[in-house]
Design a protein around this ligand. Structure first.
Ligand code: SAM
Length: 241
């Protein structure tokens, strides 16, 4: 599906904007990940950029995970995909508590004789931005990520202190966090202390201060590169998305 055709489907659906969607879409076109995983799909905006690019490539699949409550979103991911005609690229999973339980199940499913056979080429983590949950999610995803697969974290600089009013961090009450936990950017900590120190990861890129990429490939560069996103083509720079 062409990128500009997505505008009619997405209209003003939160959360991912058109410029980030363009980046994600092009990442999939360039890298052709066969099996994609998304942790935190909300309405499915980011998911549909991934699936539209898989459709252009002509192959691939997206497993997308969120909480049970995401079924009640309007639109929800299923209705968005049905409208786009992309449902064959998608499997939706909903958890009572957390995507870490989905990952537990997937690791079990992929394990035999004490080894977990990886199955994903790309994982986009855009969920709760919490040290405890996403720190664990990273180690679980690592087990499922194939060699040369990419992991992408959104919200590198997000803090509880600056987003106290946001209700989307289901289950984590700010009352149970210390001032330091409120003020530190958890994704940035996860990226520096867990991802960049992990022996299997390299090719670290921080894009526009918000997206942190890493590749499961021990032979790549170990320093953090900073880049900006691909510029949107003029004709796609719509003000309303
Ligand atoms: C910012 S929204 C995702 C936006 C979406 N990726 C996009 O760009 O359009 C974050 C989502 O993560 C989900 N979420 C947060 N913590 C979660 C957890 N522990 N397990 C599963 N889903 C979670 C929330 O329900 C919410 O829908």
């Amino acid at each position: 599906m062409k990128f500009d055709a997505l505008r009619a489907v997405l209209k003003d659906t939160p959360y991912m904007g058109v410029d980030e969607g363009w980046e994600l879409y092009n990442f999939v076109l360039r890298n052709r990940p066969q099996r994609c995983l998304e942790l935190g799909h909300a309405h499915g905006a980011s998911s549909i950029y991934i699936a539209a690019a898989l459709d252009e490539v002509g192959d691939g699949h997206l497993d997308s995970v969120d909480l049970l409550s995401s079924a009640d979103r309007v639109p929800n991911i299923e209705s968005l995909f049905a409208e786009a005609g992309l449902i064959r690229y998608l499997s939706v999973y909903r958890e009572t508590n957390s995507y870490t339980w989905f990952l537990k199940r997937k690791i079990e499913e992929r394990s035999s004789q004490g080894n977990c056979e990886p199955c994903y080429d790309f994982c986009f983590i855009d969920g709760c931005k919490n040290w405890t949950i996403d720190g664990l999610a990273f180690f679980l995803v690592e087990k499922l990520l194939r060699e040369n697969g990419w992991i992408l974290f959104d919200d590198y600089r997000w803090t509880y202190a600056r987003h106290q009013h946001k209700p989307e961090n289901d289950g984590i009450t700010t009352r149970s966090l210390s001032v330091e936990e409120m003020e530190k950017a958890h994704v940035e900590l996860i990226f520096h202390l867990l991802v960049m120190q992990h022996a299997s990861f390299s090719n670290f890129v921080l894009q526009d201060g918000a997206w942190a990429w890493a590749q499961k490939n021990a032979r790549g560069a170990k320093a953090l590169q900073e880049t900006s996103k691909l510029p949107l083509p003029q004709e796609l720079a719509a003000p309303s998305l």
